[in-house]
Design a protein around this ligand. Sequence first.
Ligand SMILES: [Fe+2]
Length: 460
Amino acid sequence: MNARFPDWNIHVGAPHPFNAEAPLIDNGTARPTPVRYFDRSFMEAEWEQMWTKTWLLAGPASDLRDAGDFIRFDIATESFIVARTENGRLKAHYNVCPHRGSQLVLGDFGSADEFVCPFHNWRFALDGASTGVTDRQTFDPKVLCHDHNLTPVRCEEVAGLVFITMNDAAPPVREWLGPVADQLALYDIGSMNVIQHKQSDWAANWKGGVDAFYEIYHLHAVHPQTQGVMDDRTQIDLYPNGMSRQFVPFAQPSPRFPDQESVNPGIQMMLADAGINPATFAGTAQDSRAAIQQAKRVRAKAHGLDYDRFSDTQLSDSTIYGVFPNVQIGCHPEAVFLHRFLPHPDDPNQFTYDTCILFKHLDAPGYGPPAWMGLAPGTDTTGLTRPEIVRVPLGQPPELGEVLDQDSELLPVVQKGSRSRGFRGPLWSEQEARLRHFHTELDRYLEGGPHVQSRQDAKA
Ligand SMILES: [Fe+2]
């Protein structure tokens, strides 16, 4: 897709339909003003024009498998409950009691027969219907003629992920996701379980977080330790509605890295992930990526896993999706790394970085989520228990592993600089094409956007 700069387009492997490049989307060459990173009125416009109009990833479907399962999903000033009802359908509501406005659900997730307001014990079914008003006889019937069910929002599940929207006019989520929906479905995320979930507060705008994770141009500067194991020439694909994809070749040194032959410790780690003993591996660094692809196919056959649906690239590399507005999903056949960049309710200079590792247990020696995901040692990977969310407040290192901790140190530095009168806005390279695509889509919303169409208009 990078027609202007083909040198930065790596051939991602043998031709395979999955790897097919998306048609070019030209997002121009404009330089946006930096107010988007710190201005309160910009933050408010984002809320009114974008967050309340787009689809939002509320959580993985694995948290909502059984009737009664529920999650709380908070975004900026809002909070939602998503629940699996007795008939197996998903329902989502504002997490607010219609009586006096108290929040109903205070925990992150769980299982329940009903929701009970902590203020006066009003009761609600999983589908949001009012089932009990305490001392009903003390209300004038004309008061309770007003709707006192929970206020619903739309909720749809695609590819093992649950989305909500506050916008009745939004298209169906599958249509909105476009080609990304079917590509994500290949990973069968619905059968994986959350084995690690962390949230940390960072002193930067949420878009600073998206920006940093939507490009790998900064690896050589911020994460030089990755240069021996990741090629930073990547294929980038842009899709409609702000979606994007990027292949990051793993187990292959960057051309910036001086030693192209030695099987360095990082590559050894990736070989081990594929079940190859690094001590007996006879190849060089140039052979390791293909060896990993082969070894994973052999291992999959032995364990009855269907890897025929994956291209070679998907086996060895990180296949990364950007889901507008605030999601990045790193996909591997074994595990999926879900990142969400959650805006702060009041402060444009803060966001919460939410990460989940999803994994489907397989009883095979050495089989696990890729080591680079930084799963804490001793973590239960069976999926039998859903771990609690670990929260790290502002100012403390998030302890997400060396690479992500480096990002958490840098982003506040970028945020400070972006507020300078001397900064005139970002200048994006083709390596940062996903950033331009994301900001262009955001601007579409702010300018009146795709959401003003009714669903009928959108289909016409
Ligand atoms: Fe980074």
